[in-house]
Design a protein around this ligand. Sequence first.
Ligand code: MRU
Length: 347
Amino acid sequence: MTHPCDTLRAVVWQDDQLQLLDQRKLPFEQTMIAFDNASDVTKAIKDMVVRGAPAIGITAAYGVVLAAKKAYAQNPQNWTLLIETEMQQLLHARPTAINLVWALKRMRACFSGLTGDPVPALLAEAQRIQQEDVEANYRMGELGAALLPSFCRILTHCNAGALATGGYGTALGVIRNAFTAGKIMQVYADETRPWLQGARLTAWELRQDKIPVTVIVDSAAAALMRQRLVQWIIVGADRIAANGDVANKIGTYNLAVLARQHGVKFMVVAPTSTLDMNLTDGNKIIIEERGADEVITMAGQQIAPHGVAVWNPAFDVTPAELIDILVTEKGVLEKPTTASISAMMNR
Ligand code: MRU
């Protein structure tokens, strides 16, 4: 951890096991859970022990290490066949974040040429995926922060921080870098209904680093912008289509529409592992729908009539035309388009 404000790792390989910080318990309890098999890792991704697009990709990569370890001990000749079911389970743990698909593809490419015990090479690849993600975040932090003015006030949504990545964060990486440069006056964090990633996780992360943070309810964002209390909105992404349409936590699209109305700049920060060049536009992104309980209960307490119908999409798609700046580790794009994204990816 070489950067100021880089102190937190939610995904850790230690003692031949995968350790995950249980994000369901934050901010009040900091509990690490140890995993020694891939099926439990899949369940942890589904249950949101770990969440955030890059973090679930990295977690799945370590899941492959655990699957390979078990399968190689059982059958050194046919271990690749034995891990196929677990690979598929990991792949389908959550549908929207492309980082999961991307990381598993890298692990598959790594093991396709292996002979002998696959574990050392697979572990090295999973650790490389995590380290590259952290380094991409450092780079995006520098690039994004350079665009911000002094005395900047920022609104962020969900949690795109160290908890959601290999470490340091995407949107929060930009905020961390800008804070270190003395540019941040105030960060506002949307509470991010229904799972409260903003109130529980972003507020906790920023307070650890003494970055001034104020939590708002999601529906206060328009009033915040109208009162000119923010100049920039900075968010992460779960999947970006080839034309620059961005899937991110539900409510991100609302913010982009409001930002345009109020002359607030809208920045998306995501590593190129979040770009899905196979999708021409965001209409084709699969949006995860989660259970009704997340909406109609709060802290275990029912808050709406029993049996009421609920629609709970976990993500929405912001059209590229509402995005002022896209930051990846490969550079900054103003008003991203199919052509500029393709040129960046081919650099
Ligand atoms: O449902 P979650 O908490 O996994 O959703 C996370 C987000 O929407 C993040 O903004 C996104 O994954 C980017 S994290 C760097």
